[in-house]
Structures are given as C-alpha cells and as structure tokens.
Design a binder for this molecule. Structure first.
Ligand SMILES: Nc1ncnc2c1ncn2[C@@H]1O[C@H](COP(=O)(O)OP(=O)(O)OP(=O)(O)O)[C@@H](O)[C@H]1O
Ligand SMILES: [Mg+2]
Length: 416
C-alpha cells in the first residue's frame, strides 16, 4: 500500500477518462486538445463521462462524490470496479492496477474487495431477506451455513433481526435499503461503493439510514465511496467531498475547506444554502498571530503600550511555556500602575472560556454572548494559545454575509 503523508491510500485514480460512444479515439484526441464536452458530442457523437479525474481515497474514510445530474458521478464510481470500462487512465486498488486485471481477477475484486450498494436496492424478489443478504457470499460459493451466519449478523447490524424469512415485497423502502447494505456488509469487503444509496428514501428514513451508516462506520472503519447529489448528506457523511461538473473534478476537500475556499462559482453555488455555523470551526476563523502578553516579560506599562497600539482594552496572557492563562483588562492594569506593582499576575482573569480548534461557530457563539473580548483558541493537549477568534468574525459567520465582505470585515477586525 502506498502512503500519503500519514494516511494509507486505498484507492488511487490517475487521469481517469471515460468516453461513451464508438469513436472513442477521435473523441479522446479532441479532449487532449482541450475541446469541450459539447464540441466532442457534436463532432463525434461521443459523450465524455469522465475527463481526467485524479484523486485518492484513504483507508477508513467516507469519500463523497457530489455533482448535478449528469456530472459523471455514477460513471466514476462504476469505473472503480470496472462496471464501466475506462477509456484512459488508471485505477489502483491498494497496489494493483484494476484497469489491467483480467476477467478472473476482476471478478475476484468485485466479489471480495469492493461491494456495491445500489440505489434501487437490487434485491431479488423471490429470495428471502436472509438469502438476499447472503447473495454476494453465494456468488462466491460459500457454503450455506457459513454464508447464512454472516448474513444474519449483517442483518442484525442494520437493525433487521427477525425479518430474515420475509420477502422483499413485504418490506418498506428503508428496510429494503438496509438489506442492500447488509448484503454489502456480509461480504466483509474493505471497500463499499454506494451510488445514491439513500436518495430514494423519504427524508426521515434517509436521516435514520445516514445515522446508522455513521454508527456502523465507527465500528467497522470501511473505506466508503458514497455518491449523492444532496449537499447536506455529503456534509453529514463525508470525511472529504469531491465536487464534479461535466465529468471534471472541480474540487476535493473537507466540507469546511470547500465552504471557506470554493474553487469555482459552480462549487460556490452548491454551498450557498449550507448552514455555515455548523461547519466553520475555530481553526478556520482564528487570527493566528494575536497581540498578547507574556507574563514573564510584560509588566503593566508594557501591557498598556500594547493595548494602546492596537486600541483594545483587553489582551490574552500566556506563561513562559506559552500556556494560555486568561485575560488582562486595562482598567485593572491601571490600578497596578497606581499601586506601583510590576507583575500582571494578580489581575489575570482566568475564569474565561477558551475553545479548541474543532469548535464550530454554533458552539462558540454562546460563549461570547456576555462579553466583549475574543475567544482564545488553545491546543487540546498543551493548552498553548493558538490564536483568537474575534466576536466580529463569529457574528459575521453566523449572519452569513457575502464571502468577500466577510474577508474584509475579518481583516479589519484583526487590524484593530
Ligand atoms: N451508457 C451510457 N451511454 C452514453 N452516455 C452515458 C451513459 N451513461 C451515462 N452517460 C452520460 O455520461 C454523463 C455522466 O452520466 P452519469 O450517469 O455518470 O451522471 P450522474 O452524475 O451519475 O447523474 P445522476 O445524478 O443523474 O445519477 C452524462 O452526460 C450521461 O448522459
Ligand atoms: Mg448517477
């Protein structure tokens, strides 16, 4: 397996291109020269499904593929197990190149290594729920007793214990989807490919299924490629999200990366309706080099000087190990000067809230409602001060100004 920094790469896709139609070579040549999907369609009657996609999926992550209808999501996921034959490029699973596998190897990959969960459940109507859940194992030729044992366990995992002998027709859509998931889990393959697996479910059941998948994932740590056109679903489930348009990958990143730094207008349009409060964290919002006081070095006069320079009446204080201690207020410092004291120690107010990097705007807002000083962001382990989040930046995030306005205002706030 290849390593990418500290993560194990499970699937690696390199310059993957898929063209539908007969005149593939001609279309590929046009694509190389930079022709658009429309031009290629017009000239060659070929459709560009995927256009030079490259990405890596890490072990144990939920990798979500998003995009409008026709953007190439299904085509992409079907290239991973070669249900669609790539026209150019490579797909690696661990370290073997799937695009070069012969039929036998490919069959093995599909049966043992990557399980697919389909949108329309893919259940066989005349088989019982148990037989359906065991179907992948039956294809592998596992003995009945063995496969039924695994299938029962998988059905229990998805909350369908007791329904083993029913037929699919007797089950609701949500339950049928669970059977589809159980079938993939029974296979116990490392990778799950889920194409709009929850899209046909009504909203409440969909939400339940998402929770269930997250719970299962916490236990099993599968590598999951999950397709959806629903951004809320992508954010809820995805460790990382890739956004596709016309067969091209527009952006890959965490929800927060995509929201704070959209790569294109298309991506931005996708993210417009998202509730940023629940996604943007202290890590993104914090100002990393705040003016602060060091207890050992800075006395009252220096504190006053620093406060004057940036026109504030309160500053954070850290000790010699750079551990955050609290805040010092100007009015208290003035009293120290009166009393001719030289240390700030006695006026540090330590009973102030601080936050960790991963705190969201929603979590931070209530902590600032009663005061007029910034929130200290401290490292969870060392308790060192990493930066500060100003009230202004929190309020702007919460009220969702235009991005450019936000940037300007934050910069101004940080200048003060
Ligand atoms: N078998 C096929 N033959 C020809 N063109 C195809 C075929 N399958 C897909 N396409 C075309 O490839 C492009 C990508 O389709 P794909 O089904 O991958 O999109 P999608 O993102 O999954 O869309 P949806 O959200 O509707 O499922 C589209 O332009 C589609 O018309
Ligand atoms: Mg699709």
């Amino acid at each position: 397996m290849t390593e990418n920094s500290d993560r194990t790469v499970k699937i690696k896709v390199e310059d993957l291109t898929l063209i539908f139609g007969k005149r593939k070579k001609e279309a590929l040549a046009m694509l190389e020269k930079g022709a658009s999907k429309e031009e290629i369609l017009k000239k060659t009657k070929c459709t560009v499904g995927i256009n030079k996609a490259s990405f890596e999926v890490y072990e144990g992550e939920v990798f979500v593929v998003m995009g409008l209808s026709g953007s190439g999501k299904s085509t992409l996921i079907r290239c991973l197990n070669r249900l669609n034959e790539p026209t150019a490029g490579k797909v690696f699973f661990k370290d073997h190149d799937i695009t070069r596998e012969g039929n036998k190897e490919l069959m093995k990959t599909r049966r043992y290594e990557m399980s697919m969960v389909f949108q329309k459940f893919g259940l066989l109507p005349h088989k019982t729920i148990l037989e359906n859940a065991a179907f992948g194992l039956e294809l592998r030729g596992e003995p009945r007793e063995e496969r039924e044992k695994k299938a029962r366990q998988a059905l229990e995992t998805v909350g369908l214990k007791g329904y083993e002998e029913q037929l699919p027709a007797a089950m609701s859509g949500g339950m049928q989807q669970r059977v589809g998931l159980a079938r993939a889990l029974a296979n116990d393959s490392e990778v799950l490919l889920m194409d709009e697996a929850f899209s046909a479910l009504d909203p409440l059941i969909k939400s339940d299924m998402q929770d269930e998948l997250l719970q299962i994932q916490e236990k099993l740590q599968k590598t999951i490629v999950f397709i959806t056109h629903d951004l809320d679903e992508a954010i809820k489930l995805g460790d990382r999200i890739v956004i596709m348009k016309d067969g091209v990958i527009e952006q890959i990143g965490t929800a927060e990366e995509i929201l704070t730094n959209p790569a294109s207008e298309y991506v931005e349009a996708f993210t417009e309706k998202v509730d940023r409060k629940t996604i943007i964290t202290a890590e993104t919002l914090m100002f990393r080099k705040p003016t602060l006081l060091q207890l050992k070095k800075d006395g009252p006069m220096q504190a006053i000087r620093k406060m004057r320079t940036i026109s504030v009446d309160v500053l954070p204080v850290e000790d010699e190990k750079r551990v955050f201690m609290g805040y010092v207020w100007l009015k208290d410092v003035l009293k120290l000067v009166d009393r001719k004291e030289t240390s700030l120690q006695s006026v540090i107010r330590s009973e102030v809230p601080s936050v960790y990097r991963h705190y969201t705007v929603e979590e931070m807002l209530p902590l600032t409602s009663n005061h007029n000083y910034p929130l200290a962001v401290v490292d969870e382990e060392s308790k060192r001060l990493l930066g500060i989040v100003t009230q202004t930046s929190l309020i702007i995030e919460a009220t969702r100004y235009e991005r450019e306005e936000i940037k300007e205002l934050i910069e101004k706030a940080n200048d003060i």
